[in-house]
Design a protein around this ligand. Structure first.
Ligand code: KG4
Ligand code: ZN
Length: 354
């Protein structure tokens, strides 16, 4: 008998995604329709515009995912998965209604998935049968979340640290906008990383290093970092008065401080695990910000410096770190295989703790 085959959809934020994945870890298709260009002038996701774009794009995404996978939905798809939450309610409802309606019409089982658990489990799909081994730590760093989780099984996650104010991704987005960087495919955060890469480190002017908020606490805070950048720009009389080296120095100071906070909290979490006799062998870094190579390198280096070489960093490939439906299909798989389905009447959970 063929491996269990899932059609999955994801529409919790601004990407319309559909994918076909199999229980033997095969990814048959992965369609992501971006809306970046529609939201650029609003400086963030505009919910009504996102909902309308999802409504237009979802049928196309599903059609393309089935076509790319070369499958027939009636014959070849065994289950349909969707993102149940957390996310923007109106956006979630587009994917959820598509999935539930298809499932009920075709008499297929349906499973609603937790978006952040799906991010956390992506590495189990992409890294091989024993990597990462449970229990493992996960840093979920995206536009919606800044979470440090302990995953003890596919179903149990313990949040060790979350953000007190805003997410690391939003802070990247805001600083990127303050510096008036042009968006690229990865959005404003990726634009900031590229901008820093181009900086000639030897000639950076004396922009002060940004602080580490809440040292020794298992909690994140990113609002203070972008406020610092904002005040600096304001004190200079606005971003139009900054020359290129100063803008580069500010971007690098921000990115370094953002990474330093992840390093400090990760080491605190490892200390906590050691104190509780929890032997962790892997740290999975996922979510949109995990595509940042500078951050990955800093995290790797901090484990070595702290003498925790036995813990290795696992990073799913960048295209599976940003929002996608492959991770939703994969996260639904265990439930499908156990026959643990949802009702067709299942509701959304726009706010949903992990
Ligand atoms: O996981 P994701 O695609 O969506 C959710 O928020 O769930 O994450 C998007 C976030 C955005 O804030 C984006 O600017 C940020 O991830 N991001 C990055 C990079 N690529 C995407 N931030 C820093 N460096 C990057 N290379
Ligand atoms: Zn996400």
């Amino acid at each position: 008998r063929r491996p269990f085959t899932v059609l999955a959809v994801e529409s919790s934020a601004d990407d319309t995604c559909a994918a076909v994945v199999r229980s033997n870890r095969e990814i048959l298709s992965n369609v992501v329709i971006k809306q970046n260009h529609l939201h650029e002038s609003y400086g963030g996701i505009h919910p009504m515009i996102a909902i309308e774009a999802h409504q237009q794009n979802m049928p196309l995404a599903v059609q393309r995912a089935l076509r790319d996978a070369n499958v027939d939905i009636t014959r070849d798809i065994d289950g349909i998965a969707f993102t149940r939450g957390p996310g923007i309610g109106g956006c979630l409802s587009v994917g959820s209604n598509a999935a539930k309606t298809l499932a009920s019409a075709l008499n297929k089982p349906v499973v609603g998935v937790h978006h952040m658990q799906a991010h956390a489990l992506t590495s189990v799909l992409t890294s091989g049968p024993d990597v990462p081994r449970f229990p493992f730590l996960t840093l979920l760093v995206s536009g919606g979340h800044t979470l440090l989780l302990l995953a003890t099984s596919e179903k149990s996650f313990r949040a060790l640290a979350t953000t007190r104010d805003e997410s690391i991704g939003r802070a990247f987005d805001k600083v990127s906008r303050m510096l008036e960087l042009k968006w690229s495919t990865g959005g404003p955060g990726a634009a900031l990383e590229k901008f820093c890469e181009a900086a000639p480190t030897s000639t950076l002017p004396g922009v002060p290093a940004l602080p580490l908020p809440m040292p020794k606490k298992l909690a994140f805070s990113y609002a203070a970092l972008h406020s610092h950048v904002e005040r600096y720009i304001h004190a200079c009389g606005g971003s139009q008065n900054l020359d290129l080296p100063t803008r580069q120095a500010l971007a690098c100071a921000f990115q370094t401080a953002a990474a330093a906070q992840l390093e400090e909290k990760l080491l605190l979490a490892i200390e906590w695990c050691n104190a509780n006799a929890i032997r962790v062998g892997h740290v999975v870094v996922s979510g949109g910000v995990a595509s940042n190579i500078f951050i990955r390198k800093r995290l790797e280096a901090c484990l070595t410096i702290a003498g925790e070489e036995q813990i290795s960093l696992v990073c799913p490939p960048p295209h599976l770190c940003t929002d996608n439906a492959v991770m939703i299909g994969w996260a639904s798989m265990t439930r499908f295989l156990q026959g643990d389905h949802d009702e067709y009447t299942i509701g959304l959970r726009p706010k949903w703790n992990i």
